[in-house]
Design a protein around this ligand. Structure first.
Ligand SMILES: C[S@@+](CC[C@H](N)C(=O)[O-])C[C@H]1O[C@@H](n2cnc3c(N)ncnc32)[C@H](O)[C@@H]1O
Length: 273
């Protein structure tokens, strides 16, 4: 087996990822390709990266192509990430608009922590009166990575993902202990669903949303793709809808489509009508 990665093979894998998923590895990430894709070679009976590249550049190799995208995604996430965003949602947006229904999209949901954190904050708000008990909400989590989505759907977390971002008290209140691992309690799972979705594809099939979390994914994309995705999110929002971006992400040239708001100690973007 030829296990060294040639510059032409790196370039082909780089282009494949950018075309399929929008992910730009940039220069000098050969070590990442080798560490993440090296293990796929024996799985698919491939004799080196040259054969892998042939599968990526010819039609009818969906399984290998999906596995490559899956392996090359960075699924890092944690509970209550950018906690200010959840305060903005509950104490800012919901407090001022008092909606009777809310459709929320976790657009790069990874292993589900963002979607479940949102459900936990909504349910807590319902319990202490900050959110109407009759609020009819739905949270849709999507991601391109089948492995991440499988963990999200299972709602069961072990190791670092069972602790990162959580206090002991939160772990006791929102999860069932499973001998070291934790499982999200049913009340926080019941209105959360997950499905595979590539942000490069049209959003129409997902319907309209009131709130979109698109956090810590635009960083992987080119400027043109960021601009395109943010502008399509604007069209997928109901009037008055809000978008949350990651702390290092921005409107990417769509400032005319959104109004930036600083409420309840955090930043959010409201679509202009
Ligand atoms: C770093 S995680 C962010 C997770 C979460 N939003 C957060 O902020 O904690 C980025 C996620 O984006 C997903 N992703 C990358 N490219 C994508 C694409 N083209 N379509 C949908 N999801 C994508 C990855 O699979 C990964 O799970």
């Amino acid at each position: 087996m030829t296990n060294t990665l040639k510059p032409t093979e790196y370039a082909a894998i780089h282009d494949f990822l950018e075309n399929q998923a929008g992910i730009r590895l940039g220069a000098g990430k050969e070590y990442l390709v080798v560490s993440r894709l090296g293990r796929l070679l024996p799985t698919f009976g491939l004799n080196g990266y040259g054969e892998l590249v042939s599968k990526l550049t010819s039609l009818g190799n969906t399984r290998v192509q999906t596995a490559v995208v899956d392996a090359m995604t960075t699924n890092e996430t944690f509970w209550f990430r950018d906690a200010a965003h959840f305060r903005v949602l509950i104490d800012g947006i919901i407090a001022e608009s008092k909606p009777s229904r809310l459709r929320i999209w976790s657009a790069a949901a990874s292993t589900g922590q963002e979607a479940y954190t949102t459900a936990i904050c909504l349910q807590d708000g319902m319990k202490d009166g900050r959110v109407s008990r009759t609020l009819n909400y739905e949270i849709v989590g999507t991601d391109i990575s089948p492995t991440a989505l499988q963990e999200a759907q299972g709602a069961s977390y072990c190791g670092v993902s069972a602790s990162r971002g959580l206090t002991d008290d939160q772990r006791r209140r929102y999860f069932r202990d499973q001998g070291g691992c934790i499982e999200v309690l049913p009340e926080y799972r019941q209105r959360v669903s997950f499905r595979p979705f590539n942000l490069l594809k049209p959003f129409d099939i997902l319907g309209k949303f009131d709130i979109v979390f698109c956090r810590n994914v635009l960083i992987y994309f080119s400027q043109e793709r960021k601009r395109d995705i943010v502008s399509r999110i604007a069209r997928s929002l109901n009037p008055g809808g809000h978008l949350f971006l990651g702390s290092t992400e921005s409107m990417s040239g769509n400032e005319d489509l959104f109004e930036m708001r600083s409420i309840s100690g955090g930043l959010v973007y409201r679509v202009r009508s």
